[in-house]
Design a protein around this ligand. Structure first.
Ligand SMILES: [Ca+2]
Length: 299
C-alpha cells in the first residue's frame, strides 16, 4: 500500500509491502503508518502472479491497532466533495483582465470587489457571493458564474461603465441592489434576485425584464433607469424621489416621470386587485366545515 506516494508527498511516506514467493495471504506481510485526521490522497497498487494473494486496506480510526476494513463511506472522490471558499472580508482588486480560479468550489464567499480596469471572470465555482462592488474605471464581469450580493451596493464612478454579465441571484439572503455613483451600471444577465432595486445616483441599465414581481424599485431624484428590452416588467412598488407612485405603466413616454426612463421597455405597477396572489400559500386540504363529534350519552 502506498499512501501519498513519496513522489508527490515524501513528507508522509510509503507503506511498501512485499510478500514474495508462492504462498497464500499472510497477515504478517503488512505495513502501517499514522495519518493525521482529515482527507488524504492515496494510491493502492496490487500486483500478484500466481493467485492465492490479496490485499486488505484497513484502519483503526482510534489510532490503535484494531484494524478493520475502511468503510466505503469514508472514501471520497474529489468531485463529490467540492469545498467552499470563504474570503468574506478580503478586498479583491481587479487591475486588468483577470480570472479568479475558485477551484470548483460549491460556493465562494468574497468580500468587496474593486474593479479598476479590465474584465473579471470567475472560474468553475457554483456561485459567487460578494459584499459590494466598486468600479472606478470602465470594466466588466464575465458571464461565467452566478453572482449574489450581500450588502448590495454597486458603485460606478462618473463617466464609467460597469457591465455585469452573469445572472445576479439570491445568496444565503435575498440580494438587493443599490446603484451608487454617477456612472452607468449595466445588468446583462438573466437575473433572479428577489430583493429591491434602488438607483441612488447615475444610470442603471437593464437589458432583460427580470425585476422580481414582488419587489420595489426606487429612483432617486435625477437618476435614470434604462429599460433596454421590449415589453414591460412588473414590480410591486415604484418610488421616484419621495413619491410612491400609483398603479400604472411607467416609461420614457410618461407625462410626469418620463425623464427618469430611457429605452424601449416599461415598468408596470399593478393595483392590489390585479396583483398576482404570489404571497399567500394555502395549505391543502382546507376543511371549511369541521366535523363535530358529540360526547357519548350515558343514562
Ligand atoms: Ca417582474
Amino acid at each position: 500500500m502506498w499512501i501519498d506516494p513519496a513522489s508527490t508527498n515524501p513528507a508522509i511516506g510509503i507503506a511498501n509491502i512485499q510478500s514474495l514467493g508462492p504462498h497464500g495471504m499472510q497477515p504478517a506481510n503488512s505495513g502501517q503508518m499514522t495519518l493525521n485526521a482529515g482527507y488524504h490522497d492515496f494510491i493502492v497498487r496490487f500486483y500478484e502472479v500466481t493467485g492465492y494473494n490479496g490485499l486488505y486496506v484497513q484502519w483503526d480510526p482510534t489510532g490503535g491497532t484494531n484494524f478493520v476494513d475502511i468503510p466505503g463511506a469514508n472514501f471520497f472522490h474529489v468531485s463529490q466533495t467540492p469545498g467552499s471558499v470563504n474570503l468574506s472580508t478580503t478586498e479583491l482588486a481587479v487591475t486588468g483582465d483577470s480570472t479568479l480560479d475558485l477551484g470548483a468550489a460549491a460556493a465562494a464567499t468574497l468580500g468587496n470587489l474593486n474593479l479598476t480596469a479590465g474584465a473579471l471572470a470567475f472560474q468553475s465555482a457554483t456561485s459567487v457571493s460578494a459584499d459590494t462592488i466598486t468600479a472606478t474605471a470602465t470594466s466588466s464581469i464575465a458571464r461565467s458564474v452566478p453572482l449574489s450580493l450581500r450588502t448590495g451596493n454597486v458603485t460606478v464612478a462618473s463617466d464609467k461603465i460597469l457591465t455585469i454579465n452573469p445572472a445576479i441571484v439570491d445568496g444565503a439572503t435575498p440580494t438587493s441592489i443599490t446603484k451608487l455613483g454617477t456612472g452607468t451600471l449595466i445588468l446583462n444577465g438573466a437575473n433572479t434576485y428577489s430583493g429591491d432595486t434602488t438607483v441612488g445616483a447615475g444610470t442603471l441599465k437593464l437589458t432583460k425584464p427580470t425585476l422580481n414581481d414582488d419587489s420595489s424599485v426606487a429612483l432617486a431624484s435625477g437618476t435614470t433607469l434604462e429599460l433596454a428590452f421590449v415589453g414591460t416588467d412588473t414590480v410591486d412598488n415604484l418610488f421616484i424621489g419621495t413619491n410612491q407612485l400609483p398603479a400604472g405603466i411607467y416609461n420614457s413616454s410618461h407625462e410626469t416621470y418620463g425623464a427618469y426612463f430611457t429605452g424601449t421597455g416599461s415598468l408596470t405597477v399593478l393595483t392590489s386587485a390585479t396583483r398576482p396572489a404570489t404571497r399567500t400559500t394555502l395549505a391543502l386540504p382546507i376543511t371549511l366545515w369541521p366535523t363535530i363529534t358529540a360526547a357519548p350519552v350515558t343514562t
